[in-house]
Design a protein around this ligand. Sequence first.
Ligand SMILES: Cc1cc2nc3c(=O)[nH]c(=O)nc-3n(C[C@H](O)[C@H](O)[C@H](O)COP(=O)(O)OP(=O)(O)OC[C@H]3O[C@@H](n4cnc5c(N)ncnc54)[C@H](O)[C@@H]3O)c2cc1C
Length: 623
Amino acid sequence: MTPPIRIDPATGLKAFATRAAKATEKIAGVGYMPVKDETLITLPPAPAGAVFNAEEQARYREYNQSRAGAADYITMEGQFSKYLEDVYSAPPVEREALTDDCDIVIIGAGFAAMLLWYKVREAGFRDVRVCEKGGDVGGTWYWNRYPGIACDVESYSYLPLLEEMGYYPTMKFASGFEIYEYCQKMAEKLDFYDRCLFHTTVDRTEWDEASARWIVSTDRGDRMRARVVVLANGSLTTPKLARIEGMETFKGEAFHTSRWNYHVDLKDKRVGIIGTGASAVQVVPEIAKVVKELYVFQRTPSTIDVRDQRMTTPDEIETWSKEPNWAKKRRERLARISSGRTALKGNDDYLSGKVDDYRGPRRTPERKLTPEELMQAQLNTNFRIMEQIRARIDAIVKDPKTAAALKPYYAYGCKRPTFHDEYLPTFNLPHVHLVDTAPVGVNRINEAGVVHDGVQYDLDVIIYATGFQWMGAGSFNMIVGRDGRSLRGKWAEEGVRTFLGLHSRGFPNLFILSGPQSGGGQFNFTRTMESQTDYVAWLLKTARERGNVLVDVSKEAEEAYSAHCREADLRTRPLRDCLSYYNGDGNAEPGSLAYYGGPEKWHEIRMQAQTTLDPYVFEQTAA
Ligand SMILES: Cc1cc2nc3c(=O)[nH]c(=O)nc-3n(C[C@H](O)[C@H](O)[C@H](O)COP(=O)(O)OP(=O)(O)OC[C@H]3O[C@@H](n4cnc5c(N)ncnc54)[C@H](O)[C@@H]3O)c2cc1C
């Protein structure tokens, strides 16, 4: 048997075999199959000329305000920590603790880490070590294995390194199970497994000025010393639970969608699912096929757009196999569909390069619009999309009360948009019940189930589809930089301060992937990550050319960039006027979470920095 830690004869570096075995064969699933019924895969036409007028604006405002303060979540600690357990892998592989030196430590083994490894390895950095909480690679796709899971961005553009891997996803929206297996294939082909310490959670990363190294401590007793640390620990990694009185008293089975318990057989059970975000929308149609009764507890509905799933055709594979960079080109075309509604009919011709535009004939305005007029035009377009989405509900859902409750009234895209063709018809089934808990949500659970508005819903199983902490600040607490100051502490005192979202002053040689204020892409995570990992690889090479100097950023660069993030957020705010995890349920400081300057602006700032090198502070070290 290969020892968990050995010396690689080719490089002289430590190589690891710490990948955990599967916990059970039950954890497997198939994809979301194409739907034939045209009425389910066709969006009603946009109401021509409809505008987001004062009356509609007031309706949206009231809808949002009624929900203000309703979002109240708890972290999974103490009695709730059981919901975080790794149910997918056998217990950790035994290994000795590491107290040695290495060049680069990456925290997390998802898409971001794999892309980064691919690029830094190409650039000649080999002494790279990856610490991962889970028992295998994949990140999001390791943890989330609920029935019905699939990507929402078309897989031809979402899956990274498709050309390099010579892989063609089987479906336009590949299942999570296929994506997870693809991650494993990538890890094998790229020798990524050798770099990974699985079942290893980093609990502290502390800067040591004397040695100019980061000390990386883990729950396995490691205390490794690294020249560079990269946080690739994801922005949707930490599951959260809604605070519901009495949840600990429930006597049945309960779990979170991101730790699906396949040992619980849902067949003929009374099941309640709490939450109707992106995960629930994919879960509900699948479990409705087996359960006896399904209660869907909804506070705020998602936007359910058309998915139009289809299989990849042999012709496509034939064409792509002859077209260099087919997926990269497609990803760039997709990025121009700014709302990410990739399933819409006609888009395929555009995405495959057969036609140059996806929007059809457009009117050229007679004069340049003022910023206010431009904003109103965008709001109107957005309103028409929402009208289509609401009309689709009326066209599919038979019960008018249920249809009314399923209609969202907020700007399209201000909550993660969802795409499904079986979710809405599920509510026509006699055993599926929508329980509208608007505006405050479920507020009591007892031994037997959920109580809402004085009605007791007896349940055998409760599934928490309550989502994740967005850009979980928890992980920033364990990063301690210069002067013993944590990243979280710095941001609590000064507000979130970064340059490009990737560095923060006082944390030399530390890079934050997909953290607050970071840009470079849009709704397609992989495009963002291509940009960010290119940047990190470039900067590591630049520092190496200067004698492996330390890289920090100047106060001025950080202040200017953070002010820009704030301004961009405030300027575009009317387009996202709702409560969602994107804006900390309405509580986030402007500019402190996602970047709203647009990918072009982010790249402009990045390219300027790469050309002038002005934002950087390069420091020679004795070490
Ligand atoms: C259900 C679901 C569907 C999604 N679908 C899409 C989609 O269609 N399109 C899209 O663009 N995006 C989608 N996303 C977003 C998705 O998270 C990203 O696309 C991408 O997979 C993130 O990759 P990552 O490597 O940055 O982070 P992750 O995949 O989250 O990986 C981070 C890893 O870091 C590990 N980690 C965290 N903290 C520590 C620590 N302290 N020590 C050690 N390890 C740690 C975690 O265990 C995790 O495995 C989806 C997200 C979810 C949850």
